[in-house]
Ligand binder design. Structure first.
Ligand code: NAD
Length: 422
């Protein structure tokens, strides 16, 4: 009998990352030796480290930091705390960071980290202890010129402040640039909180021009109403789009006449869910993907658009604010049906781009205005969209393949020009 468990059916994420790379490498006719180099991570560190718990007992946790490729600059990538973290997952996420940074042409390589822990089962003090000891254990790899972590699943600005402080304590002076996504008062950047959604909206503005699908009154459905999804809703409504459906982990809401994002956010703040918002019908998280709309923004989890629902997606444009929301089989179905996909490594790269601005500001101890940050972000996102679209037209490939081709070619060029040492 076929498994009903979506996790059991979920494809191996590292296998997917490598096959996406193989596909781009084939299209680029990449040299065999270069394929061998780029197909695997350059460095992997696994650490088992003790933490004293509040009851006095000692627990040992396992964590990883992986650098996929650092030919274009220091490694960059988040640290996640989750009970399901595996080395293979961290490898895939590190490889994707190499492609994401190269796709938007910021001078970083790809890295990622993770600790196998459910932080909701720990006290704040225990999470702080775990963070400080993990930072110490991976300190041979990280640093503002070597590898710069950032928040990811279940880590946040406070976690980054603890990492920055721990690293700085070892050095004996403050090193702001060792992590990004910090609170503003300890070297964080204006605009970072909105950056992922703002970057996604910049790519949508470009797509709307290219496809002649005006954003004014475009019907938008958004899966996930957290940082990326809720801010994307606000920014898209400001562009004149009509947000017809949104969801969070508890379910979704639909109103074909349009939902007011500010009022939905206030409702969610008060009730802990978007469900029950006055004047809306309740829909499931699967229905939200298939709703009648012009633009679909997956902004929650990976593997949401699959071969099962892709034939019923009605949107003309899918903007991947989330990482990995579309499976490779669904990609092919959407492409055949003429759905225009703005792939994750392009669409959600606004976050890492403003992280790059944060690091530049930290290194110079000179902080920019929010206008300068948003203008610089627009320049980078617009150029990246243009590079990917040109590649897609020149080689008659879909936007994801084109984004990978742009990114892999840049990483391969840097790796080739530097040569093999010794
Ligand atoms: P978040 O935790 O702020 O929000 C996630 C939202 O998804 C929440 O509203 C949650 O309720 C909802 N959700 C969880 N499970 C769901 C389910 N089964 N169905 C529908 N909704 C569900 O996270 P975020 O920072 O907004 O990240 C969302 C996605 O965007 C992730 O894939 C993340 O990797 C990606 N992303 C975020 C950033 C960033 O800077 N925040 C950058 C790049 C990529």
């Amino acid at each position: 009998m076929a498994s009903q468990n979506p996790v059991a059916e979920a494809p191996n994420i590292w296998g997917i990352a490598q096959s996406q790379f193989d596909h781009a490498a084939d299209r680029l006719d990449l040299d065999e030796g270069m394929r061998r180099v780029l197909r695997v991570p350059q460095r992997e560190l696994t650490v088992n480290f003790p933490v004293t718990m509040d009851d006095g007992s000692v627990q040992v946790f396992t964590g990883h930091r992986v650098q996929h490729n650092v030919s274009r600059g220091p490694g960059k990538g988040g640290i996640r705390y989750h009970q399901d973290v595996t080395l293979d997952e961290v490898r895939a996420l590190a490889m994707w960071m190499s492609w994401k940074c190269a796709c938007v042409n910021i001078p970083y390589g790809g890295a990622k980290g993770g600790v196998v822990v459910d932080p909701k089962m720990l006290s704040i003090r225990e999470v702080e202890g775990l963070t400080r000891r993990f930072t110490t254990e991976i300190s041979p790899l990280i640093g503002p010129d070597r590898d710069i972590p950032a928040p990811d699943v279940n880590t946040n600005a406070q976690t980054m402040a603890w990492i920055m402080d721990t690293y700085s304590m070892h050095r004996g002076y403050t090193v702001h640039g060792v992590v990004t996504g910090k609170p503003i008062s300890v070297g964080g950047s204006l605009g970072r909180n909105e950056a992922t959604a703002r970057g996604a909206v910049f790519t949508l503005l470009q797509a709307s021009k290219a496809l002649n699908v005006p954003l004014i009154d475009a019907r938008v459905s958004i899966q996930g109403y957290g940082n990326a999804g809720s801010i994307a809703a606000t920014l898209l409504a400001a562009e004149g789009a009509r947000i017809v459906a949104v969801s969070d982990s508890t379910g979704g809401i639909h109103n074909p006449s349009g939902l007011d994002p500010a009022r939905v956010s206030a409702w969610k703040q008060e009730h802990g869910t978007v469900v029950g918002f006055p004047g809306s019908d309740q829909v499931t998280n699967q229905e939200i993907l298939e709703i009648d709309c012009d633009i679909l923004v997956p902004a929650a989890l990976e593997n949401q658009i699959t071969k099962h629902n892709a034939p019923r997606v009605k949107a003309r444009i899918v903007a991947e604010a989330a990482n990995g929301p579309t499976t490779p089989e669904a990609d092919a179905i959407l492409h055949d049906r003429g759905v225009f996909n703005i792939p994750d490594i392009l669409c959600n790269a606004g976050g890492v781009t403003v992280s790059y601005f944060e690091w530049v500001q930290d290194m110079q101890s000179f902080f920019w205005t929010e206008d300068r940050i948003n203008d610089s972000l627009k320049g980078i996102m617009d150029r990246a969209f243009e590079a990917v679209r040109t590649m897609s037209e020149r080689h008659a490939v879909d936007m994801r393949t084109a984004a990978y081709m742009v990114a892999v070619a840049r990483v391969a060029e840097a790796t080739m020009l530097r040569g093999l040492y010794p």
